[in-house]
Design a protein. Structure first.
Length: 529
């Protein structure tokens, strides 16, 4: 392969790929391909990373949580040292603005996640040490083995396959990571990989702790997630590709944690509409168009009951969105998929209020008009699956129920989502309606919000960035929220009548840190036995 093609990172070494195919990212603002070329790795190269990761996993068994934490902290420091280079290339590859998005929001979030993961690794309570002294049975969550992380296109830092939340959680749980970079921002991912590899060296971690492949064939991706040497997979991306990988992983019994699609319904009750219509329009239009709608928590469905106030609300929301200049989408594929999704909604019976067309001006990059559609509740209930297609981008659908009974039926027909929001009157006049709506919505969403838009996912131990299918592949886990997110990449290990010195430190009578919380005979404590 040509020396102009960027190398892959395998077992601590940057190597020219053995692959014969290459790809290039594009600048979404100009629609032009960027000069750098990246390889499509063949199966032999994928297998080499698996073998190196397997060796690293064995070495990690002898490495303390505090050393793992040292690596994560050092990596965060090196990311900050590379800040200007990361922001410049990410802006070029994604068109996301340098300020405030990349520099002031997403990069600090990324380093914060890594440092939070370091703290969780050091404290040890995440692995839930549980001890029954009368039966001499003890259990703990421990590393599951090499983890493959597939990153999405819309968060080049905070969800990057080699720096984001899944990566941080997998490493903190004691696993090596094979990063499968997103082909929308390979240059960004390469800079992260250089910082990670330098941190591996300086903290004396196993060479195969962090590895990077930019792209594989679809067939080899399936072989990777189902390989005997792999422990688990974290995936964020399209529902179609995710389910193909899940099928392959399931056939071999390999855990795979998927974030797939979500339309994040916004329920607006009549009292709220009468009380503060303008404020809700401000919130909603801003949330729909934030980041050109390219957030997994962007409001894609707005549900309200027919009334004169609802007529005014929908009209004013459309006017507000129409007056806002459309932003740039992440690439040609996003633009194509968004246009196709809008056409499918129209075919199903939705009416376009504003927008709906691609903007064929290369000087404006990949973009479409800000789009708002509407459909009546009866039509929605006739084809609920068709109207719940995720239109990833600056688009949203209003569903207008004829009465509250139909409103409830619409909620009952919803698929699983990451989030769901309910706006109600501040003085309680909607409370009876709220109680009925909430009881129907609560099982459908991972995170329930009141009087607040869902865009933005706080890095908090209490956060759930997950939800029922198709939001994710399993409703019991979160991709954001340390330490809970670490449990995805662990296995529950039980020790029955095992001698004291043979137990993991966290399960021995003496608390190894003095501050690790352990469940001893039914009581959470930091004390020794």
């Amino acid at each position: 392969m040509s020396d102009l093609v960027h190398p892959v990172l395998i077992n601590g070494q940057w190597k020219n790929s053995a692959g014969t195919s290459t790809f290039q990212a594009s600048d979404p603002q100009t629609r032009s391909p960027l000069e750098a070329q990246y390889p499509v790795s063949p199966w032999g190269e994928v297998k080499e990373t698996l073998q190196a990761a397997h060796q690293a996993a064995n070495e990690l068994k002898e490495i303390s949580p505090s050393q793992i934490a040292e690596f994560l902290d050092e990596y965060a420091n090196r990311i900050e040292d590379s800040e200007d280079d990361l922001i410049a290339i990410a802006n070029q590859e994604t068109a996301l603005p340098e300020e405030p998005r990349l520099r002031s929001v997403e990069l600090p979030r990324t380093t914060s996640q890594l440092r939070s993961a370091a703290s969780a690794a050091k404290k040890g309570s995440w692995n839930l040490p549980t001890i029954d002294t009368s039966l001499q049975i003890r259990s703990i969550y421990r590393a599951i083995g090499p983890v493959c992380v597939f990153g999405p296109n819309n968060f080049p830092f905070a969800f990057n396959s080699i720096a984001g939340g899944d990566f941080a959680a997998a490493i903190a749980a004691g696993n090596p990571v094979i990063a499968k970079g997103n082909t929308s921002h390979p240059g960004t991912t390469e800079i992260f990989a250089k910082a990670a590899n330098a941190a591996v060296t300086s903290t004396k971690m196993p060479k195969g702790l962090v590895q990077l492949l930019y792209r594989t064939s679809h067939q080899d991706g399936e072989r990777l997630v189902s390989h005997p040497l792999l422990g688990a997979t974290g995936y964020t991306g399209s529902r179609q590709a995710g389910l193909i990988l899940k099928s392959a992983a399931d056939r071999s019994g390999k855990p795979i944690y998927l974030e797939l699609s979500s339309i994040n319904p916004i329920l607006i009750l009549p009292g709220a509409l009468k009380e503060r219509q303008d404020d809700i329009i401000d919130d909603l239009s801003s949330s729909i168009l934030l980041g050109t709608g390219q957030f997994c928590t962007s409001p894609g469905l707005i549900i309200l009951v027919e009334s004169p106030a609802a007529d005014t609300f929908v009209s004013e929301l459309g006017l507000r969105m129409g007056k806002t200049p459309p932003g740039v989408l992440l690439g040609a594929g996003v633009q194509k998929s968004l246009i196709e999704g809008i056409r499918e909604l129209e075919t199903a019976g939705a009416q376009t209020i504003i927008g709906g067309l691609a903007i064929d001006d290369p000087n404006k990059g990949f973009c479409i008009e800000n789009t708002l559609l509407q459909v009546n509740g009866t039509s929605f209930l006739m084809r609920p699956e068709d109207f719940q297609r995720e239109t990833f981008g600056n688009s949203s659908l209003v569903v207008r129920a004829r009465d509250f009974e139909e409103f409830k039926a619409i909620i009952g027909s919803l698929e699983g989502n990451l989030t769901g929001s309910i706006y109600s009157h501040s003085q309680g006049i909607d409370d009876l309606l709220y109680n009925e709506a909430e009881s129907l919505l609560r099982p459908k969403v991972g995170r329930l919000l009141n009087d607040k838009m869902p865009t933005g996912v706080a890095v908090s131990p209490a956060m759930n960035h997950g939800g029922p299918f198709p939001a994710t592949g399993h409703p019991g886990f979160t991709a954001v929220g340390i330490p809970a997110s670490l449990l995805r990449f662990s296995a529950l290990q039980c020790y029955d009548n095992v001698r004291q010195h043979r137990l993991p430190l966290e399960l021995q009578d003496k608390n190894p840190t003095g501050h690790t919380w352990r469940l001893i005979d039914g009581t959470w404590t930091q004390a020794d036995i």
